[in-house]
Design a protein around this ligand. Structure first.
Ligand SMILES: Cc1ncc(COP(=O)(O)O)c(C=O)c1O
Length: 377
């Protein structure tokens, strides 16, 4: 029988090791299945890795953003500046706090445009939410300067940026808080999961309580002193807890973050070495400070084929690619704000040119060569 050769290249493949599986099984055998010691270890390890005073694990990055905004006192009528080019969760975290996202143009590096941030500030603006897009840090010096000048808070969306640094400091530590995602495609995964890092005790305490129904004490703490039912509830909270199984997986994955990121970097640099020579293709600049969450090229006129046509041609050859992201202002939910394409000139140009190529730590040279050859020929 002739063996069928699978020539497909998936956009992403998760990497769950035998060690990861052992950690998960071990967690299933423990007394605490949620909100226990494995969560605390995960938080301690994450705060050590980033250098944050506090790391608070939650159910996903969307809840991390929602609670961080709530922690700094966002309320109805407030405006929050976010990039037009991001996943919708950056905006829904604002909307679900009854505040208004103000969509902002991006720069050539796909990050929020600081010039457009300044243009969008009004007397209702309370917060800037920069997204470290694809794992490359925003210019946090410029953003913090604007924030200080205008007395604004900054909540960093670090969903793409586990391991990303700016001037030697982990992202998420420049503003009031930083929010991370552990969704399966992210640089480490807990399947679903998120983390807030902050140096503010006030923000940390608020999120620790609000993620757990607003209770002032966790189950473990309640048995340490006094009666376990003697907790208080100051404000209605949420159930945004991360369970012990996910925390155990997070602990196990986090041990490999340097390896995972350096494999992503290596694969991204390999793409760069071949694709930067192709006329009409712009490749990303890669530094050791980037988490290389996504590998995004720009397809320009000189390439002689549109982005959409290249996408279809790759798919026909079994190669999955995608676009990060369709700009937010194009969604029905944002139509009411009367924003038109011309308000986001860079975003529109970039959106029509970008293509995210398959990238994950274990991608092989053979798979990358298939992608590269298919693009070139
Ligand atoms: C930029 C950005 N922010 C927020 C999120 C939300 O993350 P989660 O799925 O963990 O809620 C994502 C998820 O892909 C994202 O890409």
């Amino acid at each position: 029988m002739v063996k069928k050769i699978d020539k497909s290249v998936l956009f992403f493949k998760p990497w769950i090791t035998t060690e990861d599986k052992k950690s998960v099984l071990n967690a299933l055998n423990s007394t605490f299945l949620t909100f226990g010691p494995k969560l605390e270890i995960f938080e301690r390890s994450f705060s050590k890795m980033t250098g944050a005073k506090y790391a608070i694990a939650v159910s996903n990055a969307t809840s991390a953003l929602q609670l961080s905004l709530k922690a700094i006192g966002i309320k109805k009528g407030d405006q929050v500046i976010i990039p037009d080019m991001t996943f919708v969760a950056t905006a829904s975290a604002v909307i679900n706090n009854d505040a208004t996202p103000v969509l902002t143009d991006i720069s050539e590096d796909f990050n929020i445009s600081t010039k457009d941030i300044e243009r969008k500030i009004t007397d209702k603006t309370k917060v800037i939410v920069p997204v470290h897009f694809a794992g490359k840090s925003c210019n946090m010096n410029e953003i913090m300067k604007i924030a200080k000048k205008n007395n604004l808070a900054v909540i960093e969306d670090c969903a793409h940026a586990i391991g990303t640094k700016f001037n030697g400091k982990h992202v998420g530590l420049f503003g009031n808080a930083g929010c991370f995602s552990f969704y399966p495609t992210k640089n480490i995964t807990t399947i679903e999961g998120g983390m807030v890092i902050t140096n503010s005790k006030k923000i940390a305490d608020y999120i620790k309580s609000s993620r757990n129904h607003g209770l002032t004490k966790s189950l473990q703490r309640r048995y340490e002193k006094g009666y376990p039912w003697e907790y208080d509830v100051i404000e209605a909270g949420y159930n945004y807890r991360l369970d012990e199984i996910r925390s155990a997986l997070g602990n196990s994955q986090l041990k490999r973050i340097s390896e995972l990121n350096s494999l992503r970097r290596k694969a991204s640099r390999y793409y760069n070495s071949k694709l930067r020579l192709v006329e009409g293709i712009i490749v990303p600049e890669i530094t050791n400070d980037d988490s290389c969450h996504l590998y995004i090229i720009r397809i320009q006129k000189k390439f002689g084929e549109s982005r959409n046509s290249l996408y279809s041609r790759l798919l026909k050859s079994g190669i999955q690619t995608t676009v990060h992201y369709k700009p937010l202002h194009k969604f029905t939910i944002f139509r009411n704000n009367k924003d038109k394409n011309e308000n986001y000139p860079n975003t529109i140009i970039i959106y029509n040119e970008i293509l995210s190529l398959p990238l994950y730590p274990q991608i092989s040279r053979k798979e990358q060569d298939r992608v590269i050859n298919c693009i070139i020929n």
